[in-house]
Design a protein around this ligand. Structure first.
Ligand code: NAP
Length: 243
């Protein structure tokens, strides 16, 4: 049985992606860091639609937590493997660079980049060994493509994730593992709740924020069999904000 793992699956884009994957008939592992109630709610929503899911709490930036949680899962699922990985966990800690506390720099880079590294490194060997290969989708951002003032940490982390996506895609292409990134603009989630929405919507050619379900549809496509020949790509989804 091929499973999917969505990091940061408890809320926002991650929750919508879990639901999308479950609708594709793929059992999903919902990772979260601390918000158990939100993770339980994602699980409930998946099951309410007849899908199958389980929870896995770990902090993606802590190597020992990642490896222990995934080893536990593998021990409990000797005949299964995680063929679909969505590296979605992320945070923002905005500030002008000259005023940015060190921990805000490191937290953003570690969760985005170390998180991608630890989780992906752990799952890749099994993906590469199996006949059906695997699919990896990394959640980048418009911020990582063009740079956003006040987000040097976030832009740096997401731009680095794009570089890692392209490098890894070339490493594993011959093993039928695809690696792509998705770069959303402004999407309605907890992460964007504190932003001046009316002002920002005027900058978006489509004059609105995107919905988590719209990003989830794109991720679902990249995970599907139809996307087998797409790899090393960064696909923007931003209402025309950066074209
Ligand atoms: P969100 O609503 O704030 O949700 C963040 C998710 O990440 C939560 O599930 C959270 O878990 C999880 N998480 C945070 N730190 C973690 C850690 N150390 N280990 C494991 N999980 C962790 O954010 P979102 O808007 O859905 O964003 C999801 C991804 O899309 C992020 O990578 C973000 O940078 C990217 N993105 C978002 C937008 C946007 O406009 N919303 C635009 C571009 C890119 P808990 O629930 O346990 O806290």
């Amino acid at each position: 049985m091929r499973y999917a793992l969505v990091t940061g699956g408890s809320r926002g884009l991650g929750r919508a992606i879990c639901l999308r994957i479950a609708r594709m008939g793929i059992p999903v592992i919902i990772n979260y860091q601390s918000n158990e109630a939100a993770a339980e709610e994602t699980l409930r929503l998946v099951e309410a639609e007849g899908g199958s899911a389980e929870l896995a709490r770990f902090d993606v930036r802590v190597k020992e937590e990642v490896e222990a949680a995934l080893a536990r899962w593998e021990a409990a699922h000797p005949d299964d493997y995680i063929a679909y990985l969505v590296n979605n966990a992320g945070i923002r800690r905005d500030n002008l660079l000259y005023m940015m506390p060190e921990e805000d720099w490191h937290d953003v880079l570690q969760i985005t980049l170390d998180g991608f590294f630890y989780v992906t490194r752990c799952l890749l060997p099994r993906m590469m060994r199996r006949k059906h290969g695997g699919r990896i989708v990394n959640m980048a951002s418009l911020s990582g493509l063009r740079g956003t003032p006040g987000q040097a940490n976030y832009s740096a982390a997401k731009a680095a994730l794009v570089g890692a996506t392209k490098a890894l895609a070339l490493e594993v292409a011959a093993r039928d593992v695809t690696v792509n990134a998705v770069a959303p603009g402004f999407i309605e989630t907890d992460m964007t709740r504190d932003l001046p929405r009316e002002e920002l919507e005027k900058e978006v050619p489509m004059r609105r924020f995107g919905k988590p379900e719209e990003v989830a549809a794109l991720v679902g496509f990249l995970l599907s069999d139809e996307a087998a020949y797409i790899t090393g790509e960064v696909i923007s989804i931003n209402g025309g904000l950066y074209t």
